[in-house]
Design a protein around this ligand. Structure first.
Ligand code: APR
Ligand code: PHB
Length: 396
């Protein structure tokens, strides 16, 4: 039997940042991850960090490479009806910005910090299961190096993403699930090409949504709206580039620079929130508790915002036995979660082509797009949500 204060299931941004913050607060924890280190450090995910996420990484000592390599953006572009419009994020939000830095780079920095601190982080764990969550002595069992093991702890953090085992371990009567499915998916590609524009470009086109993003001065990241059941093999490289050119048409001749495509995958889109984000001594954080469609790039940032609240609450519980902050955890996080859920849903509905949409819906989309690019109030609403509400505000 292994003994620790907090057992963390999952080494994504939520689990790793939680472990890092707990370590700094002097709380012992063990992180269990089902995948290999190389896999989680190489998996391409989203890559837009809100100011609050950047501040958290820097303030907790894991922002050094981010400070050097992260690309700070002060605006984004919206394209529709063959025209391009810049949304000046910094101007509209009193100087706030976003930083483009791949999620797997965040993972690499956090894994390194954990190992450098001598913290326990076990990769390739299988059959992870949580037990006795309703008691003061929860347990986690797992198999590692072919050996069945057991952890006794004071609390379990379910940071195992949207397909993990922690959320399903909560009795269905103990939680409410709020869900929305979307009738489309994103085909994402990574191309070895220098980004041909300095800021992100979101396009609404009658052929569907498209997004131009980047990972580094050598790598362009691009997305196309496709059918939910689309196979990447249906999209040879030439078809992807031609479709991108059509959807980004903006009257200025700009198009994404082409290069060898080094990654191609289809991601489904859905919204989901679990309430409360707690069951007994199990605390859910990140994608285990809530999922957003990727349109506003909120997933990673919400995961960070959760553990920023959970870490001090666990630390005060472990130090004094005081459960007050833990009792407030779910409600505190859900305020911010629902704001981000609304924004992600709104931006998704604004920019995508709905297969069942009629002319009324399309006219509404256009009216809203025109409003966002012409009214400073509407632009500011998009901008403050996009850069992320400050952590200290009422939404935690
Ligand atoms: N046991 C151990 N680890 C598990 C298990 C399990 N049964 N199931 C899943 N995991 C691991 C996954 O392999 C993954 O590394 O949990 C981790 C969860 O990480 P993420 O999916 O990245 O979730 P989270 O940390 O909440 O971060 C949310 O990730 O999916 C993106 O868009 C999402 O940006 C958002 C961010
Ligand atoms: C990305 O770069 O992966 C990205 C950027 C912006 C989004 C979503 C994803 O809205």
């Amino acid at each position: 039997m292994i003994r620790t204060q907090v057992a963390i299931v999952g080494a994504g941004p939520a689990g790793l940042m939680l472990a890092h913050l707990l370590h700094r607060a002097g709380v012992g924890c063990i992180v269990l991850e089902s995948q290999a280190r190389g896999y989680i450090e190489g998996r391409v995910r989203a890559g837009v960090l809100e100011q609050g996420t950047v501040d958290l990484m820097k303030a907790s000592g894991v922002g050094e490479r981010l400070g050097r390599e992260g690309l700070v953006h002060h605006g984004i572009e919206l394209r529709f009806d063959g025209r391009a419009h810049r949304i000046d994020l910094a101007h509209l939000t009193g100087g706030r910005s976003i930083t483009v830095y791949g999620q797997h780079e965040v993972i690499k920095d956090l894994v390194q910090a954990r190992l450098a601190a001598g913290g326990e982080l076990r990769f390739e764990c299988s059959d992870v299961a949580v037990h006795d969550l309703d008691t003061r002595h929860p347990r986690v069992t797992f198999t590692h190096d072919s050996q069945r093991r057991e952890i006794a702890c004071d609390a379990v953090a379910g940071c195992d993403g949207s397909h993990g085992i922690c959320r399903p371990a909560i009795p269905r009567s103990g939680l409410a699930i709020h869900e929305r499915a979307y009738p489309f998916a994103w085909l994402g590609i990574l191309a070895r090409a220098a980004p041909s524009r300095q800021e992100l470009v979101y396009a609404h086109h009658e052929r569907g949504f498209a997004l131009f993003s980047m990972r580094s001065p050598q790598l362009t990241r691009l997305y196309l709206q496709v059918a939910p059941d689309e196979q990447p093999t249906a999209w040879p490289d030439e078809r992807i580039w031609d479709e991108l050119d059509a959807r980004f048409e903006g009257g200025d001749g700009w198009r994404p620079a082409r290069g060898p495509i080094v990654e191609k995958s289809v991601t489904g889109m859905r919204s989901l929130v679990v309430e409360p984000m707690r069951h007994g001594r199990l605390f859910l954080a990140g994608d285990a508790a809530h999922i957003v469609p990727p349109t506003g790039a909120k997933g990673l940032n919400l995961a960070m915002a959760d553990v920023r609240v959970l870490a001090p609450a666990l630390a005060s519980f472990c130090a004094t036995g005081d459960e007050q902050a833990l009792d407030a955890y779910s409600a505190t996080c859900l305020k911010r979660v629902w704001r981000a859920e609304h924004f992600s849903w709104w931006m998704t509905a604004l920019l995508h082509r709905f297969p069942e949409g009629d002319s009324f819906q399309r006219r509404l989309q256009h009216a809203q797009l025109e409003y966002v690019v012409s009214s400073p109030a509407a632009g500011a609403s998009l901008a403050e949500n996009y850069v992320g509400l400050p952590f200290d505000s009422a939404t935690a």
